[in-house]
Design a protein around this ligand. Structure first.
Ligand SMILES: [Zn+2]
Ligand SMILES: [Zn+2]
Length: 92
């Protein structure tokens, strides 16, 4: 669970080292800037139901789920964030 300690601070998506990993097809996709305003800093947050997710620090739009581009699976943010650098390259 290498992501946890990083998840507690904001992520800078311009560094391109944060990934989301699909529960179904295991494909990794880099986490990109906010689709609403283009903000690159994403913080940890919860929605009104207490679901863990990410929110944009610029426009405060929240994201708790994402849809895999490959298999269309709807994934929860809280279980699929991965911090990935060379040390984790072969870590599945
Ligand atoms: Zn998938
Ligand atoms: Zn935003």
């Amino acid at each position: 669970m290498a992501w946890l300690s990083y998840f507690l601070t904001s992520m800078d998506t311009s560094e391109e080292k944060y990934y989301r990993k699909c529960l179904r097809c295991k494909e990794r996709q880099v986490i990109v800037a906010c689709g609403n305003c283009g903000g690159t800093k994403l913080g940890r947050g919860e929605n009104n139901e207490g679901t863990l997710g990410l929110f944009c620090e610029q426009c405060e739009r929240g994201y708790t789920r994402w849809t895999c581009l490959s298999c269309k699976t709807n994934n929860p943010i809280a279980k699929t964030i991965v911090y990935w650098n060379s040390a984790f390259k072969n870590d599945d």
